[in-house]
Write a protein that binds this ligand. Structure first.
Ligand code: C5P
Length: 218
């Protein structure tokens, strides 16, 4: 029960993935990026011609999908029906445009909730010392009991700069608005989580702030 879990929530381009990667490598924790789970399902559902609304086709497609994971270094990636998707597929314009709509649907969230919670067992089984898992509802819904919960923030200019450095066409503000406004598991700072404004620190400082907190309390 005292297998340590770190949750990182926050809006788009607040630095969650880079932070989680650094923390996972320093602490030898497994890293799960739940945004990539929603992206993978969005890509696969769009390819099946399914639109982002509740339907029998959606329910059926979700039931048929076999989800597993592949671990490379500290990162776990979603494998759907035996296939891993490329970063280009996951970060395509089509996916950026539709992911928040699919992510708002309860059947989609329920399917991924079980899968995401299973990463704790995966981390244990693979010999990692803990789990660091990032997303929008991790500290509030997926692992509300996690001892180390953080909420990352950054101002608009920092976030736009980050995305343009990554060369991504992505309307960050529109996604955040949709993600914060939805009924099921909206994006918000979980009660009791530690807020970090990542614009005020270097990446290394954010990583060591989190690692120190975990090491001091373990
Ligand atoms: O983190 P990333 O920007 O890749 O997430 C893509 C989208 O997936 C978010 O905009 C959100 O709609 C959805 N998401 C979610 N819950 C999570 C993680 C991501 O709804 N825990």
């Amino acid at each position: 029960t005292d297998f340590p879990i770190i949750t990182l929530d926050g809006g788009a381009a607040t630095g969650k993935s880079s932070t989680a990667r650094g923390v996972s490598q320093q602490l030898r924790f497994l890293h799960a990026d739940t945004g990539s789970h929603y992206r993978a399902l969005t890509f696969l559902l769009l390819r099946k011609g399914i639109s982002p609304e509740e339907s029998d086709e959606l329910t059926e497609a979700l039931e048929e999908m076999k989800l597993s994971a592949e671990v490379d270094g500290t990162l776990a990636s979603l494998i759907a029906d035996g296939k891993k998707l490329s970063p280009e597929d996951l970060r395509s314009l089509e996916v950026n445009r539709n992911v928040s709509s699919f992510a708002a649907l309860p059947p989609v969230r329920n399917r991924l909730l079980r899968y995401q919670r299973w990463h704790r067992e995966l981390a244990l089984e693979k010999g990692f010392l803990g789990l660091v898992i990032e997303g929008r509802d991790i500290g509030s819904v997926v692992f509300p009991e996690a001892p180390f919960r953080f909420f990352l923030e950054a101002d608009e200019s920092t976030r736009i700069q980050r995305r343009s450095e990554e060369g991504q066409e992505d309307s960050v503000a529109a996604r955040d608005k949709a993600d914060s406004g939805r009924k099921t598991a909206p994006l918000h700072c979980p009660e009791g989580a530690i807020r970090i404004n990542t614009g005020n620190y270097t990446l290394e400082e954010v990583i060591s702030q989190i690692c120190q907190k975990v090491q001091n309390d373990s």
